[in-house]
Design a protein around this ligand. Structure first.
Ligand code: A2P
Length: 274
């Protein structure tokens, strides 16, 4: 298994990223990012909404790892959608991250509606032309939102759609549409926020491979070809969550996990909105 995925713009994204949603502002997030970089992560997924972009910036700067070796994703929050507002929000994120560029900037959700989605995506393209952003995409987009965007024939196609995905929420429709259109899927909350780690099917498979439930879930995402974004602020769990390259889930076990699907969303679900 290669440790990067290649996007439709030619850039390579590390397959596992540290998620920092609900990682508290300040030293907690800074420590999490520092431990992750020490453990070999080269990808951090933050958002303006999370209020910890500055902490991600501090930890990355302190690490001494060259900026170009680390992938930073951040997101344009709903209330910042619109052409000018998106440009302004991107500048604020750049400042907080203490960086000259953002690797991947995505629209956090389709909730603001059709007109603002279009304007905001136009702004993302402008940011790429200006060299401030390298890759662009969307998040929480359902198939209809993706179709709407592709029908506008943007000069720069979305490289990514980041959605909640795990065996209890497989989102086959979105994943299939993305794969047909050369859009990489990123899985957030790949651990279903820890709510299903005791699931008997999962536990049985974990025991078979001598791995933790979390490791099996992360590996499940990777084997589906998803960029996988486990969140943790705990040093041991951060280390554990990237120790997933020494085993492979067999086909039958993948199918058993796939069959757990019950459309379980652990937070919001904008993929079905207008
Ligand atoms: P913590 O941050 O204290 O480690 P998701 O990525 O699906 O959103 O899940 C995040 C939740 O899962 C958090 O509560 C996180 O807690 C917990 N978590 C992260 N890694 C592991 C792990 N390896 N084992 C058990 N729980 C984990």
């Amino acid at each position: 298994l290669s440790s990067t995925a290649t996007l439709n713009d030619g850039r390579k994204i590390p397959l596992i990223g540290l998620g920092v949603y609900q990682a508290p502002t300040g030293i907690t997030t800074q420590n999490a990012v520092t431990w992750a970089l020490e453990a070999g992560y080269r990808h951090v997924d933050t958002a303006a909404l999370y209020e910890n972009e500055a902490d991600v910036g501090i930890a990355i700067n302190k690490s001494g790892i060259p900026r170009e070796e680390i992938w930073i994703t951040t997101k344009i929050w709903n209330s910042d959608q619109g052409y000018e507002k998106t440009l302004k929000a991107a500048e604020e994120s750049l400042k907080k991250l203490q960086s000259e560029y953002i690797d991947l900037l995505i629209l956090h959700s389709p909730l603001p509606g059709s007109q603002l989605r279009k304007e905001s995506y136009d702004a993302l393209q402008q940011l790429v032309r200006a060299g401030k952003v390298k890759s662009i995409g969307v998040s929480n987009y359902g198939v209809k939102h993706l179709k709407e965007l592709l029908e506008q024939k943007p000069e720069i196609k979305p490289a990514i759609n980041q959605v909640e995905i795990h065996p209890w929420l497989t989102r086959n429709d979105i994943a299939t549409f993305c794969s047909q259109n050369d859009i990489v899927v990123e899985a957030y909350s790949p651990l279903a926020k820890g709510k299903k780690l005791d699931d008997p099917t999962l536990v049985k498979i974990s025991e078979k491979y001598n791995k933790s439930s979390a490791q099996v879930l992360i590996r499940w995402g990777l084997q589906h070809g998803y960029v996988t974004l486990p969140k943790s602020v705990d040093k041991n769990r951060i280390v554990q969550n990237v120790d997933v390259f020494d085993f492979e889930i067999g086909e039958e076990d993948m199918k058993s996990l796939d069959s757990l699907d019950e459309y379980l969303t652990t937070g919001w679900d904008p993929t079905t909105c207008e």
